[in-house]
Design a protein around this ligand. Structure first.
Ligand code: URA
Length: 447
């Protein structure tokens, strides 16, 4: 087999065989196929797409390039969730203890934030002492004991994805649906959960801004997950304005804790958490319908069981459990500044991407991999889409430690669009992909 022939075949509209896909991934990881040939193939895939069979083979070959986690010794159907990245998306912090409190084990490997979107690992590490570098043996014993673990990627999982992603990043081939679907799903498959609920974001603050593309990605990922024997379902959800009110690591942990404590319940945040947790409980086999699952979830919240699970989880991963009862023990920024409305009106839109960039400027995120972040800084919205505001009233509060304040203030001012007429916020859940009725109408990218 020669890499040249694979590039030529794909360039001319052909389809790669399973053996050819396995050959190219194995050869690339072994250092036998050079970057320039792999870059050429990635660019051809970008333009030509892939059939579903090719995507499934690519995913399997990436999984086979490294270790995989065997969670078989943990009893029950282990459930994972994945978001394609949003602004203010702290759902994992709420959903993981809620689902575990329902008796469904949750095992999740999460990433760090990059660019305008945050990462769950950074949020969790804002809890003093919280460790995310657990070994597989630690994960297994913790899930048996407290029902959940959320960790940074452990072991040598999917090395082919790391190399491919780095190459895609510098060859303008990141935003290709078959390449994203196989990259995300290979990591989910290698991490070992039996069931996966995907939250594919669409809108201004999302990676996939167009809803049609988000649906296509969701369909591809659901099919790959099922082909690999995992119960898989995806929600396509709006990311036009930030989710909830808080954006920034400790600020988001505080908002999640206040929700679990019953002190505040941002409507959009809880609606999405209820959907995600409901589907996770359903796929976890605890109940027979989404309605039953959501009732169970509501009960774990109201009874305080989810809060107890959160406390046990924080303690198990080395964090200070007192934070769960006193969220004010989390890191706090030294300064705060309000952004006020120049005129009266109703909030028509809040550009999530601009708010994410404001938080990034303050030091809440990183522009390049490996940069240090400040857990305390960020933005808390005071008004959401549809809210009325009078001239001079606060739209948002910026929490800072002296870095990037002017840029953040200017981005927040530009993020808010006010109008004289009231608008209703758009629907949050745009589609559920993988419910039986959806399957008949699936279309595949590259066909
Ligand atoms: N996130 C991933 O893990 N992979 C991609 O290709 C894009 C986003």
């Amino acid at each position: 087999m020669r890499m040249y022939d694979l590039i030529l075949k794909k360039r001319d509209g052909g389809t790669l065989s399973s053996a050819e896909i396995a050959y190219f991934i194995r050869g690339y990881v072994a250092g036998e196929i050079p970057d320039y040939q792999v870059a050429a193939l990635l660019m051809v895939v970008y333009f030509r797409g892939m059939t579903f069979r090719e995507m499934a083979d690519l995913t399997a070959a990436i999984v086979d390039s490294g270790e995989t986690c065997d969670l078989g010794v943990i009893p029950g159907i282990k459930v994972d969730k994945h978001s394609t990245g949003g602004v203010g998306d702290k759902t994992t912090l709420v959903v993981a203890p809620l689902v575990a409190a329902c008796g469904v084990p949750v095992v999740k490997m999460s990433g760090r934030g990059l660019g305008h979107t945050g990462g769950t690992i950074d949020k969790l590490e804002s809890i003093p002492g919280f460790r995310t570098d657990l070994s597989l043996a630690d994960i297994v014993s913790q899930v048996r004991e407290v029902g959940l673990a959320v960790v940074a990627q452990t072991g040598n999982l999917t090395p082919a994805d790391r190399r491919l992603y780095a190459l895609r990043d510098v060859t303008a081939t990141v935003d290709s649906i078959p390449l994203i679907a196989s990259s995300v799903m290979s990591k989910k498959i290698a991490a070992g959960a039996d069931a996966i609920v995907l939250d594919v974001k669409t809108g201004r603050g999302a990676f996939m801004q167009e809803e049609a593309a988000a649906r296509e990605l969701a369909q591809a990922m659901v099919q790959i997950g099922r082909q690999q024997g995992r119960r898989t379902l995806a929600l396509v959800t709006g990311m036009d304005e930030p989710l909830g009110y808080a954006v920034g690591n400790a600020l988001e942990v505080r908002e999640a804790l206040r929700l679990l404590r019953g002190e505040e319940r941002p409507a959009d945040l809880y609606a999405l958490c209820r959907h995600l947790a409901g589907y996770m409980v359903l796929l976890g086999g605890k109940v027979d319908s989404l309605d039953e699952a959501q009732l169970l979830v509501d009960r774990q919240l109201a009874s305080g069981a989810a809060l107890d699970t959160m406390r046990a989880w924080v303690r198990a991963q080395g964090g200070d459990p007192a934070v769960v009862d006193e969220p004010d023990l989390l890191p706090v920024a030294s300064f705060r500044v309000e952004v006020t409305a120049a005129s009266a009106g109703f909030v028509q839109a809040i550009d999530a991407r601009a708010v994410g960039r404001a938080a990034l400027a303050l030091g809440a995120g990183r522009a390049v991999k490996g940069e240090a972040i400040d857990p305390a800084v960020g933005v808390v919205l005071r008004r959401k889409v549809g809210d009325r505001v009078k001239a001079g009233e606060a739209l948002a509060t910026v929490y800072h430690n002296g870095k990037g304040v002017e840029e953040a203030l200017s981005r927040i001012r530009q993020a808010y669009l006010l109008r004289a007429e009231k608008v209703e916020p758009p629907a949050l859940v745009r589609a559920v992909i993988g419910a039986p009725a959806e399957e008949a109408g699936w279309t595949l990218p590259g066909k």
